[in-house]
Design a protein around this ligand. Structure first.
Ligand code: ADP
Ligand code: ZN
Length: 743
């Protein structure tokens, strides 16, 4: 017997192996096997049973790792699609399916096995003799004869369909022996997860809009056919309640639901919203210990979890009875994995649903333009929730022009007079304030006010971030640390200093402005510990902390009714990022931040501080006008042939040797240009150019961008130039299909 094996290597093909007689019963597609590869031994996945090998010579496999296939046929097919679509190997795609805890978990276990205690002819005679008196025992013996090696007791019991008493009787007759044996397994043979107490919470009475959305979704669920619903609901419109009630319908049908949320929103509070409603909720996220993850995974696989809540990789949850996939905040770019396989969990989710006749709900207040476009062209059904719960208004948004504010105040600072006044009002009224700052590090750089020199990391080509507490500059890519210069290296000006608004600087200013109110800061510097995040949020929720300062971390999904002023300290910095999605990101961020207020009876308001008060994306965000923004942005995307009007592929070429990188990039782009006309009209190949971040850790970076009319073009063209894309010595090449990261 021969099998084809997928290995976790960047080689886009499978390898054939021979299976020794003694193992041939154990191997099935989806099982992991240990195989020799060159001088190494590797674990790979059996993808196919072959009658004869396609390549010679073949080596034998060493062992079968799994007692049962660890990847279902459905997920085998899905990962094959991922490998084709995202241009990686099947083995690399499969590696994303089994969570690390499941993969690495090797333990020695003692199991009871059944050993024949008599030679086969005696056994056959015994079967004849007891056939009528003890048919069950005869069955056990017959089954046992089918094994080459002593099978586990539990397995034999299942195969023969007999109770333990039959085994005991055979043992007494001296025909079999029940022995214990140590075996090494990576998966526990059965899981031992306790099920939670019955939930207390009952469904809310849906609003008219919620009801309408639910009616459509329920009709879709009843059809048991593939369908995608875009639940486009403004912040606070009750999208989660719609998910919950749809899930309840699915569970009542005996099927399972997967709910994906961005990792950052996967807080105990979020999980609580699901476990308060359903009994059997399994959670999958990166903060679980290996054994917790394994327990959840087994529970899902055994069909004992009704609802799976998790971050990106939970889209691969091994649910055998999948009926619904919910993707909350579907526009979030954290659903795209930034290492191989570079899959987008939303797109994989839609594909998985398509192949299994499952319903998908994509929820967002600010849908990605891809999904919005799909809804407009009727590939997805659009379900709008236009009003907040209890008809609360969306908060009024004021735009403050920081250039004018500086002119009046004659000193650089982060909090404008207007924001100060509104925040003080809220605090004096016993309410809370959130100050949001657009991504740490982007603007707390060291700059010469005279010549404009900015201190950059010599190895990474990005501005160094100034950290006032230690008076050092840090590179956030490579970790390099240096003291800030005292005089400008360019013009010798002595007033060089750090500019802009890191969260630390805001914190200092806010402390001076509002010394009597407790404040907390949330960014990736302060939130190192496992629970730091939750502790800070709990203190804010309790009302003990009155002012919360933070980065992207606080923009998403938080629901605090007592927050009445939200300030966006530097709204425009995302606009300066060289990325065709810069406006989309800016709009989404502002709309999400604005959604953090006005959620209670006290109302709320938002202040957006910017040096670009007339920018389109800032204006429409202030007006909560998604549709105008989307129409305008789509027409620009169409004009420039950007997604959703094209498929984008980015090829990144990196090397310590600048010339090697640039030559390889040129070679790849030339090959793509040469072959593009044969694949189809309308393919544009741009570059090679230097990547926005020209260097990281001393590696020089070049990229090529290709716009293609459709996915089949992507597949064909990449297939043709695959040889050119294969790495060269000292050069690393990354292919990113549907890239989110343009840096
Ligand atoms: P979104 O996810 O759209 O921002 P949420 O699902 O967080 O909105 O809902 C906002 C608030 O409204 C939550 O506190 C939720 O419990 C509440 N809510 C949702 N639906 C209803 C309803 N039908 N009746 C009363 N309250 C609701
Ligand atoms: Zn660096």
């Amino acid at each position: 017997m021969f099998i084809s094996v997928a290995l976790n290597l960047p080689l886009r093909r499978e390898f054939d192996y021979e299976v020794p007689e003694s193992l041939s019963d154990l191997v099935r597609p989806g099982c992991r096997v240990r195989v020799p590869f060159g001088r190494r031994r590797m674990i790979g996945y059996c993808t196919e049973i072959l009658e004869k090998p396609r390549f010679q010579p073949v080596k034998p496999i060493i062992e079968v790792v799994d007692p049962q296939p660890s990847v279902s046929p459905e997920l085998m097919e899905l990962t094959r699609w991922i490998s084709e679509y995202y241009f990686c190997s099947w083995g690399e795609a499969l590696e994303a399916v089994l969570p690390a805890g499941v993969r690495r978990h090797r333990r020695r276990r003692t199991v009871r096995v059944v050993v024949p205690a008599a030679p086969p002819d005696e056994m056959l005679a015994a079967i004849e003799a007891i056939r009528d008196k003890a048919p069950k025992q005869a069955k056990v013996l017959r089954a046992l004869l089918g094994y080459r090696e002593a099978p586990p007791l539990s397995e034999l019991k299942r195969v023969a369909g007999c109770p333990i008493t039959s085994m005991r009787a055979l043992e007494k007759r001296g025909l079999i022996e029940i022995a214990t044996r140590e075996i090494e397994t990576e998966l526990p043979l059965e899981s031992d997860v306790a099920e939670s107490a019955p939930p207390a919470e009952i469904a809310m009475n849906p609003t008219d809009e919620q009801e309408k959305a639910l009616e459509e979704i329920r009709a879709g669920l009843a059809r048991e056919k593939f369908a995608v619903y875009l639940l486009h609901g403004v912040t606070g419109s009750g999208k989660t309640e719609v998910y919950l009630q749809a899930i309840s319908d699915v569970v009542a049908r005996g099927r399972q639901a997967i709910v994906l949320v961005p990792e950052i929103s996967l807080t105990p509070q979020t999980i609580q919203r699901f476990s308060a409603r359903f009994n059997r909720v399994a959670v999958l996220h990166s903060r679980l210990t290996d054994s917790q993850r394994l327990a959840s995974w087994n529970m899902i696989r055994a069909g004992r979890a009704d609802v799976v809540v998790g971050a990106r990789s939970a889209i691969f949850a091994p649910a055998p009875r999948l009926g619904l996939i919910v993707i909350d905040e579907e526009h979030e770019n954290s659903f795209k994995q930034d290492s191989t396989p570079r899959y987008h969990a939303r797109d994989v989710g839609v594909m998985r649903a398509f192949r299994t006749d499952t319903v998908v709900i994509l929820g967002s207040a600010t849908p990605s333009l891809e999904s919005y476009h799909n809804a407009q062209t009727r590939r997805y059904a659009n379900l709008p929730l236009t009003r907040r719960i209890a008809d609360r208004p969306l908060p009024p948004v004021e735009i403050v022009d920081m250039a004018q504010d500086y002119a009046h105040n004659h000193r650089p600072h982060c909090i404008s007079k207007r924001l100060e006044i509104l925040a003080r009002d809220s605090l004096n009224a016993g309410q809370q304030v959130i100050l949001f700052m657009n991504r740490r590090g982007y603007s707390s750089f060291v700059q010469c006010p005279k010549c404009g020199f900015v201190a950059e990391c010599g190895r990474c080509d990005i501005a160094m971030t100034y950290h006032r507490r230690f008076d050092v500059m840090l590179c956030h890519y490579c970790g390099a640390e240096t003291r800030p210069p005292r005089v400008c290296p360019e013009c010798a000006n002595e007033s060089i200093r750090y500019q802009g608004t890191g969260t630390e600087r805001i914190e200092e200013e806010v402390r001076t402005l509002f010394p009597s109110f407790l404040m907390a800061r949330m960014d990736s510097d302060t939130m190192r510990g496992r629970d730091a995040h939750e502790t800070t949020l709990a203190a804010f929720r309790s009302g003990e902390v009155r002012i919360l300062i933070g980065t992207q971390m606080i923009a998403k999904g938080l629901d605090f009714p007592n927050v009445t002023t939200v300030g966006v300290v530097n709204a425009d910095v995302t606009l300066h990022v060289p990325d065709f999605r810069a406006r989309e990101r800016t709009f989404q961020l502002l709309a999400q931040v604005a959604g953090r207020t006005g959620r209670g009876d006290a109302g709320g308001r938002v202040v957006i501080q910017t040096f670009r008060p007339d920018d389109f994306s800032i204006r429409v965000a202030a007006d909560h006008d998604y549709d105008t923004y989307a129409e305008q942005e789509l027409s620009e995307r169409r004009a420039l042939n950007y997604p959703p009007y094209s498929r984008l592929v980015r090829i990144l070429v990196q090397s310590k040797n600048e010339q090697a990188a640039s030559e390889k990039a040129k070679l790849i782009s030339d090959a793509m240009r040469r072959h593009a006309p044969h694949v189809g009209p309308g393919i544009q190949v741009l570059g090679p150019g230097k990547a926005t971040i020209e260097q990281i850790r001393g590696s020089h970076r070049f990229h090529i961008m290709a716009k293609m009319p459709g996915t089949s073009h992507v597949r064909q063209l990449l297939g043709i130039v695959a040889q050119d894309i294969a790495g060269a010595r000292g050069v690393s090449i990354t292919v990113d299909v549907d890239p989110q990261d343009m840096m």
